[in-house]
Design a protein around this ligand. Structure first.
Ligand SMILES: *[C@@H]1O[C@H](CO)[C@@H](O)[C@H](O)[C@H]1NC(C)=O
Ligand SMILES: *[C@@H]1O[C@H](CO)[C@@H](O)[C@H](O)[C@H]1NC(C)=O
Ligand SMILES: *[C@@H]1O[C@H](CO)[C@@H](O)[C@H](O)[C@H]1NC(C)=O
Ligand SMILES: *[C@@H]1O[C@H](CO)[C@@H](O)[C@H](O)[C@H]1NC(C)=O
Ligand SMILES: *[C@@H]1O[C@H](CO)[C@@H](O)[C@H](O)[C@H]1NC(C)=O
Length: 333
């Protein structure tokens, strides 16, 4: 009897679990409370701990009973975001903690928020390198890390964020050169007031000067790089190649003109030409000689039929035959 009751209770529990909404607001609630305890000291945020769901809390928005937005701009948050907190809000699409006094490195588990579209962390005191964990957030569209103390190089991992339209990194302490960022949807880009040097990558040179202020950058809107004279040399070389091509064309046209004039002259001196052919030396007695001999025979045949061909085929054919005959005679003599 008690056994049956136990089974019934078990089945009821199973049914209830299945029937529950997809979200687990209590887990997200505990993550939010842990965040508050760490960075707000319980002062700034009047989140009612006894609410069963955090969905009505200040700055929190839910979709399908899951936290999809957390917006706490300028509410005096300070201190470091502990690990294992933000990463538990796996349904976040927007996280805005801009203009607070948050410090320390960005927690690595931020990379678990795979649904993130918008990440606004500008105007805090975050430091350390831009963590590689960000480059797993493939849905990111807007990323603002401006006005912090991020240091180190700008990682080329940004190229993994193929949907990125806004990337703002200005007013940090980023150093080194800008990697070859090539993001087709990028429209807003700012790395002003860092410690960057070197040349601006080609795909970013369409941005304005305002994107690169306060660095030691060159190229594109910042003017030519001193070490990019190679490119100019290449351009000159390109001009030289064009010159050579045009020059060659002129030479070819000149040669054609000379041949044409020769053709016309020789046409008027046909009889003397026949004498030249007749006095050709006998061919050599080697393999090549046989070929040359055959060519001489052909030449003689052509000379014989010259008049007839001229009448039959017109001037053009005659002229091309003459050119061939000239070539053959030059080879022999
Ligand atoms: C985050 O989730 C992990 C496991 O999923 C859990 O152990 C941890 O307590 C959670 N953190 C918070 C602050 O709720
Ligand atoms: C907190 O929530 C509980 C339950 O929803 C409610 O009874 C209580 O009055 C609330 N406290 C405040 C300060 O709003
Ligand atoms: C970027 O994507 C490539 C290929 O998808 C992957 O191998 C690489 O680890 C990613 N880089 C980062 C920093 O996530
Ligand atoms: C950029 O600055 C670093 C030192 O901060 C230096 O080692 C490097 O050579 C510089 N690169 C260029 C291209 O000027
Ligand atoms: C980039 O940031 C700097 C400093 O905040 C600002 O002066 C500049 O106008 C910004 N550039 C663009 C393109 O918005």
């Amino acid at each position: 009897m008690s056994c049956n009751l136990g089974i019934a209770l078990f089945l009821l529990l199973c049914f209830l679990r299945r029937g529950a909404p997809a979200g687990d607001p209590s887990s997200e609630k505990s993550a939010l409370l842990a965040l508050r305890d760490a960075v707000a000291g319980g002062k700034a945020l009047r989140w009612n701990r006894t609410d069963p769901s955090p969905c009505r809390w200040q700055g929190v928005r839910c979709e399908n009973n899951q936290v999809s937005e957390l917006r706490l701009p300028g509410v005096g948050l300070s201190g470091e975001i502990p690990a294992g907190v933000v990463g538990n809000l796996t349904n976040l699409k927007t996280l805005s903690l801009r203009f607070n006094a948050l410090s320390g490195i960005l927690p690595g588990d931020l990379g678990r928020c795979a649904e993130l579209r918008n990440l606004y962390l500008q105007g805090n005191k975050f430091s350390g390198e831009i963590p590689a964990t960000l480059f797993g957030l493939r849905n990111l569209i807007r990323l603002n890390l401006a006005r912090n103390s991020f240091s180190g190089a700008i990682p080329s991992g940004f190229n993994n964020l193929s949907r990125l339209g806004t990337l703002l990194l200005d007013n940090n302490q980023l150093s080194g050169s800008i990697p070859a960022i090539d993001l087709p949807l990028l429209v807003q880009f700012n790395v002003s007031f860092n410690r960057l040097n070197g040349s601006i990558p080609l795909k970013l040179r369409s941005m304005t000067v305002e994107s690169f202020l306060g660095n030691s950058l060159c190229g594109g809107p910042m003017g030519d790089c001193p070490n990019e004279e190679n490119n100019k040399k290449n351009k000159l070389a390109g001009g030289a190649i064009a010159g050579i091509v045009v020059g060659s064309l002129v030479v070819v046209v000149l040669i054609a003109l000379v041949v044409f004039v020769l053709c016309r002259k020789r046409r008027t001196r046909r009889s003397s030409r026949s004498v030249d052919i007749a006095s050709v030396k006998p061919p050599l007695e080697n393999g090549e000689g046989v070929v040359v001999k055959r060519e001489v025979e052909e030449l003689k045949r052509l000379e014989g039929g010259e008049m007839r061909l001229m009448e039959l085929r017109g001037r053009g054919s005659w002229c091309s035959l003459r050119i061939r005959a000239m070539c053959l005679s030059w080879r022999i003599c």
